[in-house]
Design a protein around this ligand. Structure first.
Ligand code: ADP
Ligand code: MG
Length: 400
């Protein structure tokens, strides 16, 4: 095939550790192959994926990489260059959900999910390394799952599609690790392509690659990693999810996806009349609004008018801040400082309560805006944020 065989960093990717060298050092032989799967950032469409709605992520140049050899003796050995503790050795037939294993539960969960689906995965030696910032809302966990699933798919000839791999990764995270995430992160890592954002319909996983060639337009998308994670986020996801389900129930529809944007105002009145909690009304307004904003941004990208997406990103942020209430002072400051310094638009991205924001900015202004955000953080007494270019990059692939 015409698979790329280079293991050099892609444009915008920080240099990482070589997983093949690590593999050989650890396990004493060459790996059967090396695979990569990216982290992602979501351009628009937040908290919509558990409402059967739309999302629009793009893959980052930052990847998880895995050097892997298959085994046929039931042994699974896992190692990450990024966490202390050495090799984790497990038996594939003893894998059980919610049984700990720390970070290793993510790749082990993929093996478990494949085997539970009837795939004959009989063991592996795996050496992982990643340049995706961890816990920054950039899906380091999905990158780890997806790269593991892709490697095993190739080595055991499972014949799974990219979407199958994403579903496998999500099962690992939901059912084995025990984290209730939607399907966006794994689909982005598995299916994104260079120079595109992914329009994903989370109802049926239908997707379209939307051209998003920022450089050709003289634009930059910055990621601002606030480097904070507030504990408040832990229960918030489940609470928002329950509120959205309550809204759909009161409106008599299966999910909020089924409420057309044109009917939103009338629906909000009906919810108030039905005595819905005011939080439910806010959540419905956010979700239906953000689904609509995905469609707006897609129309603008298709029309070649990327700059006009800026104000839509700002509206998305206000909705996440005021209606869904999942922002935090650091994210609000990043958005405000970026806009004050001349960005076209900005919003928090991912689950919120910390993590990252995206900033759409003229390429020529990117340095100024990044500096303004850093100075605003320093002035407010926050730790320095991590700021980098979100070059729309390739999804999961075999490297060698
Ligand atoms: P996010 O996916 O937003 O980065 P999560 O909390 O979902 O944050 O996932 C982070 C977890 O994924 C880490 O705590 C760790 O268990 C695991 N993980 C991610 N990257 C690596 C890595 N390179 N090596 C080992 N574990 C990793
Ligand atoms: Mg994650």
């Amino acid at each position: 095939t015409a698979e790329p065989t280079t293991t050099a960093p892609a444009e915008g990717e920080p240099a990482g550790t070589d997983p093949a060298a690590t593999f050989t050092e650890l396990y004493g032989s060459e790996p059967d192959g090396v695979w990569a799967a990216p982290g992602r950032v979501n351009l628009i469409g937040e908290y919509t994926d558990f409402n059967d709605g739309f999302v629009m992520p793009l893959a980052l140049p930052h990847t998880a990489r895995a050097a892997v050899s298959r085994r046929d003796d039931g042994v699974l050995r896992l190692y990450s260059t990024d966490v202390p503790g050495g090799v984790v050795s497990l038996r594939v037939d003893e894998l059980a959900p919610h049984s700990g294993h720390g970070w290793a539960a993510y790749p082990a969960g993929v093996v478990w999910a494949l085997r539970r689906a009837g795939h004959p995965v009989t063991g592996a030696d795996i050496a992982l390394t990643s340049t995706v910032p961890t816990g920054a809302g950039l899906s380091s966990s999905a990158a780890l799952e997806t790269v593991t699933a892709l490697a095993l798919n190739d080595l055991f000839d499972l014949g799974l599609s990219a979407a199958d791999l994403a579903v496998t990764g999500r099962r690992a995270e939901n059912d084995f690790v025990g984290v209730p995430c939607g399907i966006m992160d794994q689909m982005a890592s598995a299916c994104c392509t260079e120079g595109h954002a992914l329009h994903l319909d989370t109802r049926d996983l239908s997707l379209r690659q939307v051209p998003f060639d920022l450089a050709a337009q003289g634009l930059t998308l910055l990621v601002v990693d606030t480097r904070v994670k507030h504990a408040l986020g832990d229960g918030a996801y489940a609470e928002r999810r329950a509120g959205c389900e309550e809204g759909a129930r009161l409106l008599g529809i299966p999910t909020l996806r089924d409420l057309p944007y044109e009917d939103l105002a009338a629906a909000l009145t009906r919810l108030a009349d039905a005595g819905a909690d005011e939080s439910v009304i806010r959540y419905v307004r956010h979700v239906v609004g953000d689904n609509h904003r995905v469609e707006q941004v897609i129309a603008l990208l298709d029309a070649g008018d990327v700059r006009a997406a800026g104000p839509v990103l700002n509206e998305g942020h206000v909705s996440l801040r005021d209606d869904l209430r999942v922002s935090c002072p650091e994210l609000d400051l990043a958005v405000e400082a970026a806009n004050t310094a001349g960005a076209l638009g900005a919003r928090m991205t991912g689950g919120g309560f910390g993590g990252s924001a995206v900033v759409l900015v003229e390429e020529a202004q990117a340095g100024t805006v990044a500096k303004a955000v850093e100075e605003a953080f320093a002035a407010a007494g926050h730790a320095a944020p991590g700021v980098f270019d979100a070059v729309p990059s390739a999804g999961a692939r075999r490297l060698s």
